[in-house]
Design a protein around this ligand. Structure first.
Ligand code: HEC
Ligand code: HEC
Ligand code: HEC
Length: 430
């Protein structure tokens, strides 16, 4: 009995010590901020493009704050997280970080002082970057970003989840710490796309579903997930789009914020297109599109010949106004901008083609009806008014239910409850 107890105790001690050794990382000595001349101008320029493509500034700039000075609020289900100041300020930013300290943070999510960082920082993806690319981002930040003195706010994560060393356990269980592995059966273009998508542009951070502890489900890569009050749709062959995503559709969507045969990039996808991917070359966008076209099944059918297209157009014609209130509201509030009898028109998305009406959740459709599209979302410069004040919960429910029905999908359960909940949600800067 006693022997059994000792061996359990012994095992606990061994595991704890083992975990302690695994979890512990040394502090990396501070350095004097490197002089700008240390870096070549090509390296700096490359880093600037990569920093844009990795949306560092989307997450590291607070609303109305100085670029990269941190304290941007992230609302996770575990509590509020504030991003760090990554300007080269030596006291409150990363000015005294050596390149090694920076690379360690980007690859393993460990801060210069040895403490573990939360996976809200997508280091799991940045880990896939080459040494040269990480070096370039470091060169850009150290040489070209204005140092800002601003302390990071304390994260609002409750005890014990706020204990940073516990992150080591999370990493052990869930983090993908493998390097980027090219797939030798695929083309160079495909591999370039995979490298950018899995690494710096971290598409999977939003499009891959997560388990209850927030770990990405690697065997369901890109199959769609909720993110920041939106749904990032599936990018694989499980997509519910009536028309298949082809390579040229991805190219169009990722470079203009809209695909004629699908729809527009709203919510958290808007800055991905306009702040992030916009910095990349057309070749790189083509490469990302090649990679995702493959994930989506390499469709190449001509959409204009598709019966699905004809069905979608017919479904949006002037509705029979006797059907129900939703049909009347669609005719009065949406159709003039969203339907054209002759042909599809860029900037007037046909609603039965977009993912918003085909997803299992009504979230994206309700978000768009409430808040519309700003000029910097979807197609640049094109606006849709929000109907937050013009339509009641009952109205939005009716029009959403009507659109869902015309799209040939099963009704969404508890729709009106969702509308009310989403309306009352605080709106986050996106
Ligand atoms: C999705 C949001 C997000 C994106 C995108 C993002 N970060 Fe962060 N980053 C964070 C958060 C949140 C933290 C702080 C995490 C914590 O408190 O543990 C952080 C922390 C860091 C740290 C650690 C700083 C410190 O003092 O410990 C570095 C370095 C960093 N980010 C660099 C970058 C770079 C470079 C990019 C772009 C290539 C980037 N981040 C993109 C959210 C993000
Ligand atoms: C004044 C014109 C206008 C009206 C009225 C309007 N929209 Fe829009 N809507 C647009 C434009 C323009 C876009 C594309 C915005 C972009 O890409 O920047 C859009 C985009 C959308 C999208 C995203 C497209 C997609 O499928 O991905 C949805 C969903 C949508 N509208 C639903 C509605 C609904 C429902 C109504 C009626 C309650 C409505 N809209 C009324 C102009 C309008
Ligand atoms: C910050 C989270 C986030 C990141 C990062 C992100 N996405 Fe998205 N994505 C979304 C959301 C949310 C939507 C839904 C937007 C909408 O319908 O208005 C979306 C929509 C899309 C769509 C349209 C799908 C459909 O069926 O309507 C495509 C294509 C897409 N994303 C590709 C990508 C690619 C490629 C990357 C990486 C380069 C990427 N996304 C990175 C959140 C993200």
């Amino acid at each position: 009995m006693k022997r059994g107890l000792y061996s359990v105790l012994f095992a606990v001690v061994v595991v704890s010590v083992g975990f302690g050794i695994y979890a512990w990382h040394p502090s990396i000595a501070p350095i004097k901020p490197p002089a700008k001349e240390t870096f070549s101008s090509e390296l700096i320029e490359k880093g600037k493009v990569l920093a844009a493509a990795g949306y560092c500034s989307t997450c590291h700039t607070a609303s109305g704050g100085k670029p990269l000075a941190g304290n941007y609020e992230i609302h996770s289900e575990f509590g509020t997280i504030y991003s760090s100041n990554i300007t080269p300020d030596p006291e409150t930013g990363i000015g005294n970080w050596s390149e090694d300290a920076f690379a360690r943070a980007m690859r393993t999510g460990v801060s210069r002082d040895g403490s573990h960082l939360l996976p809200a920082f997508p280091y799991e993806h940045f880990n896939k970057m080459s040494d040269e690319d990480i070096k370039a981002v470091y060169a850009y930040i150290m040489s070209s970003v204005e140092p800002v003195h601003q302390e990071k706010k304390e994260n609002g994560i409750p005890f014990p989840l706020n204990l940073r060393f516990l992150q080591a356990g999370w990493k052990l269980l869930f983090a993908d710490s493998s390097d980027f592995e090219p797939n030798l059966n695929k083309s160079d273009e495909w591999n370039r796309g995979a490298y950018l998508a899995e690494g710096i542009t971290h598409c999977g951070a939003c499009h891959t579903p997560r388990n209850v502890l927030g770990g990405e489900k690697h065997d369901e890569m890109y199959s769609g997930a909720p993110i920041d009050g939106w749904i990032a749709p599936s990018l694989t062959s499980s997509s519910t789009s009536p028309l298949k995503w082809r390579k040229q559709d991805f190219v169009e969507y990722l470079s203009t914020g809209n695909s004629l045969y699908h729809g527009s990039a709203g919510g958290p996808m808007a800055p991905v297109v306009h702040d992030g991917l916009a910095a990349l070359s057309q070749d790189d966008i083509q490469a990302i599109a090649t990679y995702f076209a493959d994930k989506a099944g390499n469709a190449n059918d001509d959409p204009t010949q598709s019966p699905e297209l004809q069905k979608a157009v017919d479904a949006q014609k002037l509705p029979d106004l006797r059907i129900h209130e939703g049909a009347r509201l669609y005719a009065a509030s949406c159709q003039s901008c969203h339907y054209s009898e002759k042909k599809l028109v860029k900037g007037r998305p046909l609603l039965t083609l977009g993912s918003a009406v085909h997803l299992d959740e009504p979230t994206n459709l309700i978000n768009v009806i409430l808040d519309g599209f700003r000029a910097d979302q979807g197609i640049k410069g094109v606006v849709m008014p929000g109907f937050r004040d013009a339509l009641s919960d009952e109205d939005i429910t009716a029009v959403a239910a009507y659109l869902r029905e015309t799209a040939g999908e099963k009704p969404w359960p508890n729709l009106e409850k969702h509308v009310g909940e989403i309306r009352r949600q605080p709106r986050f800067e996106q």
